[in-house]
Design a protein around this ligand. Structure first.
Ligand SMILES: Nc1nc2c(c(=O)[nH]1)N[C@H]1C(S)=C(S)[C@@H](COP(=O)(O)O)O[C@H]1N2
Ligand SMILES: [Mo]
Length: 552
């Protein structure tokens, strides 16, 4: 009977080897498990019963990021830049595909061992889900259901497509083993593996593909549903920037208007993004609050309405990532609107002995900022708007910190939910135990935006231009050196504030040949940036930015 069916569906030789069958069964199982879990996780986030990170992919990815050594973060950011999260997703997918195949191949040999692999992977994912901030046991429900679905499929398929070796000698000649024997293999070989039953390759591949497709749809729908958590996006759309008591304006000539140079004010949609959040936290301002805790006279809980009722200020501040390589673009300048943190700390009353404020994000990220930078007269703000618009979700909606003069990893907490007044002796920000310096003042640096490294330009006057920064100290000069010639002064854009970068341009009389262009910035105290070459870790890259161009 089965033989006829097979012949009718495909060529007699159209069967899968046990390994191939195992791979298909494994992929199908993996896809159904993950697809079901991701779909339910998305629904759970949308419906609001999930409190932490119910998506096993996101939980494993986030747990991985938290455990990644500094060199790996460095490598990821320098290789993939702000696409580092996409790279992680691709990596997770590849690993899942490999592990699923291995699980299936195991299951074809021993169903029990296959199920054991599935349960082991499920346990690892469960541990990741439970390790995320705000995790609750309900976050495990999607994964549990996914694993049960996978278990069912794995058992059913290995039962259907794989014939167990018979227990007694007499019934050893199953349909399948006769089939395999008919294929020219010895009966011994047919008995040694749990033999593959006579289902055509087409049936197996067809149902395998259907399962993988169903799993992929589950993942996609789950992500779309989770990404559109309504309360947060509705509130963001409805947000109007509150009236501002102190405004800043961009002085004429701050932007030199040179093609190819980073705009003096970077549009929000183009602003660099760096964070450990694999999934952008969706924070509903109605439920958001900021707690001030630790070494204070009185703890304060600040809600959204109260924050918006405070006298708001604008400040122009260039944000800067410590992972930026020399010549890199992990920085951006914007006008931020917010309420000064020192006013909030004044209300709370800082107790003597404190020297640090540990800010915490809803996703568990923390930054340790020197207390001084939060209480002195600089424009350290609890920010609600960037360039006159609500913060984008990926830049910290509804509220983030911006502190002039410090790298983002020790200051610029997005989705901020707590400020703990404490000491460097007692507390550490997220990156400090991961190999980064506890203190992160921005280093004086400069970058050539045009021409680009490797460009060919025409002889004559060439505009060499870019940006220079020394946040909270200010830039007083930029110098350009052609090959090993003398340092020449570049022309600077108008100074807006010591907290922002300055554009610069040097009209280079370019002569034909290959040339090296090197620049250095001078801060407002007259100190040139260091030529000492250093990698980003532990406290920021340094060394002159230099490019090669050919003049034709
Ligand atoms: N919650 C949270 N805030 C964070 C981070 C983070 O990982 N999580 N990264 C910091 C770092 S390292 C930088 S450089 C800035 C980047 O801010 P942006 O993404 O708005 O440019 O955010 C800071 N705030
Ligand atoms: Mo950063």
């Amino acid at each position: 009977m089965e033989t006829t069916q097979v012949r009718a569906q495909g060529t007699p030789s159209g069967r899968l080897e046990p390994a191939g069958l195992g791979a298909v069964v494994g992929l199908a199982t993996g896809a159904v498990t993950v697809g079901a879990a991701e779909l339910l996780a998305g629904l759970g986030q949308r419906a609001g019963w999930a409190s932490g990170t119910p998506s096993p992919i996101d939980a494993v990815g986030a747990a991985f990021i938290d455990r990644a050594p500094p060199w790996l973060k460095d490598f990821a950011v320098s290789t993939f830049g702000t696409n580092d999260k996409m790279a992680l997703y691709v990596g997770i997918t590849l690993v899942l595909v490999l592990l699923s195949c291995a699980m299936g191949v195991t299951a074809v040999r021993s169903r029990r061992a296959g199920v054991a692999v599935l349960l082991l992977l499920g346990t690892v994912a469960a541990a990741a889900v439970l390790s995320r901030p705000h995790a609750s046991s309900t976050d495990l429900v999607p994964l549990l259901i996914g694993v049960v679905a996978g278990w069912w499929l794995l058992t059913r398929w290995t039962g259907r497509f794989v014939q167990r070796p018979a227990r007694t000698g007499s019934s050893g000649s199953t349909v399948a083993s006769r089939e395999v024997a008919a294929q020219g293999r010895s009966p011994r070989e047919a008995r040694s593996v749990s033999s593959v039953s006579s289902v055509s390759r087409r049936v197996v591949l067809g149902s395998g593909l259907a399962a993988v497709a169903a799993g992929a749809v589950g993942v996609l729908v789950g992500r779309v549903v989770a990404g559109s958590v309504r309360a947060a996006s509705v509130a963001r759309d409805a947000f109007r920037v509150p009236p501002v008591a102190r405004r800043v304006t961009v002085p004429a000539g701050a932007d030199l208007g040179i093609r190819g140079v980073t705009p003096f004010i970077v549009p929000n949609a183009e602003f660099y993004r760096i964070d450990t959040a694999l999934v952008v936290p969706q924070v509903d301002p109605a439920t958001w609050s900021l707690r001030v805790t630790g070494m204070v006279e009185r703890e304060i809980t600040l809600d959204w309405a109260t924050l918006l009722s405070k006298p708001m200020q604008e400040a122009m501040v260039t944000l800067m990532c410590v992972s930026n390589e020399v010549g890199g673009t992990l920085n951006g300048n914007a006008v931020w609107t917010g309420w000064p943190v020192r006013e909030l700390l004044k209300e709370a009353g800082v107790r003597p002995g404190a020297d640090m404020v540990l800010s915490t994000s809803v996703d568990g990220f923390t930054a340790g900022t020197p207390l001084e930078a939060m209480t002195d007269d600089r424009s350290t703000l609890l920010v609600v708007a960037q360039n006159g618009e609500a913060l984008l979700p990926e830049h910290g909606f509804p509220v983030r910190l911006v502190v002039p003069g410090l790298y983002g990893y020790v200051s610029a907490t997005k989705w901020v939910s707590e400020l703990k007044v404490t000491t460097f002796a007692d507390d550490m920000g997220y990156w400090t135990p991961r190999g980064w310096s506890a203190l992160g003042p921005v280093k004086t640096q400069s970058r050539i935006d045009v021409p680009r490294d490797g460009d060919t330009v025409a002889a004559g006057t060439v505009a060499v231009a870019g940006v220079a920064w020394a946040q909270h100290r200010g830039i007083s000069g930029v110098q350009v050196r052609v090959d090993s010639g003398p340092w020449e002064q570049a022309r600077l854009g108008t100074d807006a504030t010591i907290d922002a970068w300055r554009q610069w341009v040097y009209e280079w009389p370019a002569t034909s040949g290959r040339h090296t262009l090197t620049i250095r910035a001078i801060d407002a105290d007259g100190r040139p940036e260091t030529d000492k070459v250093a990698p980003p870790a532990p406290d920021g890259a340094s060394g002159y930015h230099s490019i090669q161009v050919t003049v034709s």
